[in-house]
Design a binder for this molecule. Structure first.
Ligand SMILES: [Zn+2]
Length: 348
C-alpha cells in the first residue's frame, strides 16, 4: 500500500527562524508545555471567613537571586540625571524603594509563579491572548467564583481573592546596572502559528533558561535599569487555608524539589534573549498551626522552622503535591524548559 501523499497547503506566512551569518538556524527560544489530557477540574474554593484547622496557614520567607539580568519596566523613561547617572542620556526605569534599591512588585512575581502552577495542574487557560473560539473545550478562564480550577482557587479569580499573597521583593543592596535590551528583537508574528493545533490553543508558552542573556552586541539597544547577576531580593509568601498538596505544589514551582526538578523562574522583560532568570531559596517557614491557641493566649510564639526541620516539612508537602495535584508529564516538560543551571546558549 502506498501512503497517500498529504495535500500541500499553501502557507501565506511560513515559519522562518532567524538565520545566523554562518547559515545555521537559531533554535526557538521557547517551548509549549502540553495541556494535560484531563480538563480543568472545577470546585468550590474554601471560605476565607475563617482559618480551617485542617488547612495550612503561615509565611514562607524567600530569597530570590538574579541569575541573568532582570528588568521589570515601570513604562517610564527618565533622564540619566534622575537616576543619579549623569553619563546616561535616557533610561527605562524599574521601581525603586526609598533607599534606591530595586523592587519587584509582589503581583509581578505572583503572576510568574501562577503561570508555572497552571502548567503543571488541571487548570484553566488564564490571561491568554487567544480568542474564545480558540480555547479548547473546558479550558476557558474561570469566571464563576463558586466553580474554580485548581490554580484559581489558590491564586484568585474574578471576585475571588485567593489564598496567597506575595509581598513586594526588595533588593538587599542599593544601586542598579544600566544594561541594554537589543532593539531588534521583536516577537515574530509567524510564531503565533505554533500555538495552535486544529485551530485550538495547543499548550502554554514558556521561554527556556539560558546560560546568559544576550548583551548589546552590534545592534543598538534600549538602555534599561537592571538587577544584575547575584543581586538578591527578599520577599514573603503569606498563605492561609491551603491544603498540604497546594503548599507542596507552590514549593515545586519555587524550585524546592531541586534534586529532580531544579526549576528557576523567569521574571520581567527580555525573556526571549535570556533575561529574567531567578532562583529561589526558602529561608524560613513561619507556621501558624496554633491559631486557636493564639486566641487563648498572647504568649504563643509562632512556629519558626529553618534548616533541617524546614526541609522536612517542605519535602512532606512536595510528596503530597506529587500524589494529589501535580501532573508528572507537564512537570517534566516544564523542568526541561526552566531548569537551571543550564548550558543552553541564548538564540536570536
Ligand atoms: Zn481557573
Amino acid at each position: 500500500m502506498t501512503p497517500t501523499p498529504k495535500p500541500k497547503r499553501r502557507q501565506t506566512k511560513p515559519y522562518s527562524p532567524t538565520s545566523h551569518s554562518d547559515g545555521t538556524i537559531a533554535p526557538k527560544p521557547y517551548r509549549l508545555i502540553s495541556l494535560p489530557k484531563q480538563k480543568p477540574q472545577l470546585g468550590h474554593p474554601i471560605g476565607q471567613d475563617q482559618y480551617y484547622t485542617d488547612r495550612y496557614h503561615g509565611t514562607l520567607y524567600l530569597t530570590l537571586t538574579v541569575q541573568t539580568a532582570v528588568h521589570i519596566s515601570t513604562g517610564v523613561v527618565e533622564m540619566g540625571t534622575d537616576v543619579k547617572q549623569k553619563s546616561i542620556p535616557l533610561i527605562k526605569t524599574m521601581t525603586q524603594g526609598r533607599e534606591g534599591n530595586l523592587m519587584i512588585p509582589g503581583s509581578s512575581f505572583k503572576g510568574v509563579v501562577r503561570s508555572a502552577y497552571e502548567a503543571i495542574t488541571y487548570s484553566c487557560l488564564c490571561k491568554t491572548k487567544a480568542k474564545s473560539h480558540q480555547i479548547p473545550n473546558g479550558y476557558s478562564e474561570c469566571r464563576n467564583k463558586t466553580q474554580l480550577c485548581t490554580t484559581c482557587q489558590v491564586f484568585g479569580a474574578m471576585d475571588w481573592q485567593g489564598l496567597i499573597h506575595f509581598t513586594d521583593a526588595y533588593c538587599q543592596s542599593v544601586g542598579f546596572r544600566a544594561g541594554f535590551i537589543p532593539s531588534l528583537y521583536r516577537p515574530r508574528p509567524e510564531e503565533g502559528q505554533r500555538y495552535f493545533k486544529q485551530g485550538k490553543v495547543a499548550g502554554r508558552k514558556f521561554y527556556y533558561q539560558t546560560i546568559r542573556a544576550i548583551e548589546k552586541g552590534q545592534q543598538q539597544g534600549i538602555l534599561v535599569q537592571q538587577a544584575a547577576k547575584n543581586y538578591s531580593f527578599t520577599s514573603q509568601l503569606h498563605y492561609r487555608n491551603l491544603t498540604i498538596a497546594e503548599l507542596g505544589t507552590l514549593l515545586i514551582v519555587l524550585g524546592q524539589d531541586q534534586a529532580k526538578y531544579p526549576i528557576a523562574l523567569k521574571v520581567g522583560g527580555g525573556k526571549p534573549i535570556g533575561m529574567g532568570t531567578m532562583t529561589v531559596e526558602v529561608t524560613k517557614l513561619e507556621q501558624a498551626t496554633n491559631l486557636r491557641d493564639r486566641y487563648l493566649s498572647y504568649q504563643v510564639t509562632p512556629n519558626h522552622l529553618t534548616g533541617e526541620p524546614l526541609q522536612q516539612v517542605m519535602q512532606q508537602s512536595i510528596q503530597k503535591a506529587h500524589q494529589e495535584l501535580v501532573q508528572a508529564q507537564q512537570l517534566q516538560e516544564l523542568t526541561d524548559v526552566l531548569k537551571y543551571p543550564t548550558e543552553r546558549e541564548p538564540s536570536i
